[in-house]
Design a protein around this ligand. Structure first.
Ligand code: AP5
Length: 231
């Protein structure tokens, strides 16, 4: 199953992608995480993109398209993938269409996570990550079970993303509205777009997405239930 999660910064793409990854055993491909990995490793690419990300601007399409092509060629994507953060421009969406057609891996659905802007800002301003394993939390909405201790690895150190500063968040939202939202009609026109109310709690958003995916799977004549991991 090949799916895209689309939505503005803080809508919950990463949170939902991780839940779907556990449920369907297909990898989350977060282009933001890939770029942050390059920055952390201080690679040439990381040095090139650090300032752009810090200003809330997009990395050039050519860089992102090559990065995604290489990631999709890895064996763990053979049974499917969840794209989180790609495509982000009409050019990226068109390149992805071409790439997937060449690979004979059609998209199952493009899930739009719809959230009001004031809520996006609350979500981003309360976001935390474990400094050791990277697990994501929110101070109020999704805190660790034991305050100040990562559920996943027990670390007591937490960090915030550099681009979660209020002035950068404003720029990221503007970029989303100007460059990414125009992709939605592309997927509406080809019948792939499904919109969920992502203002709801995490578990309820997840239930909406899984219901959509199960519905699409069952709508295919002769599709097998366990076939969700397939194309
Ligand atoms: P990226 O890392 O993709 O950031 P983003 O799209 O701005 O999205 P976020 O990671 O901020 O939010 P999210 O929707 O994943 O929300 P989350 O689940 O964390 O990209 C970063 C940068 O990299 C870009 O600005 C750009 O510079 C560059 N880049 C990346 N891809 C690119 C591309 N293709 N082309 C060009 N440049 C690219 O949730 C947020 C918080 O809310 C969390 O604390 C979470 O616990 C909480 N939460 C989640 N869901 C709920 C809920 N339902 N209720 C309550 N709280 C919730």
């Amino acid at each position: 199953m090949n799916i895209i999660l689309l939505g503005p910064p803080g809508a919950g793409k990463g949170t939902q992608a991780r839940l779907l990854q556990e449920h369907y055993h297909i990898p989350q491909i977060s282009t933001g995480d890939l770029l942050r990995g390059e920055i952390a490793a201080n690679t040439a690419l990381g040095q090139q993109v650090k300032a752009l990300i810090g200003q809330g601007q997009l990395v050039p399409d050519s860089v992102m398209i090559s990065m995604l092509r290489a990631r999709l060629a890895q064996p763990d994507c053979a049974r499917g993938f969840i794209l989180d953060g790609f495509p982000r421009t009409v050019t990226q969406a068109e390149a992805l269409d071409q790439m997937l057609a060449e690979m004979k891996r059609p998209l199952k659905a493009v899930i739009e996570l719809k959230v009001q802007e004031d809520e996006l800002i609350r979500r981003i301003s309360g976001r935390l990550h474990c400094a050791t394993c990277g697990a994501g939390y929110h101070e109020m909405y999704n805190p660790p079970a034991v305050a100040g201790v990562c559920d996943n690895c027990g670390s007591k150190e937490f960090t915030r993303r550099d681009d979660d500063k209020p002035e950068t968040v404003k720029a990221r939202l503007k970029v989303y509205n100007e460059k990414t939202a125009p992709i939605l009609p592309h997927y509406q026109a080809n019948g792939l777009l499904r919109t969920v109310d992502a203002m709801l709690p995490i578990e309820e958003v997840n239930a909406q997405i899984e219901a959509i995916l199960e519905g699409l799977e069952n709508a295919v004549p002769g599709a097998k239930k366990q076939g969700l991991g397939g194309a």
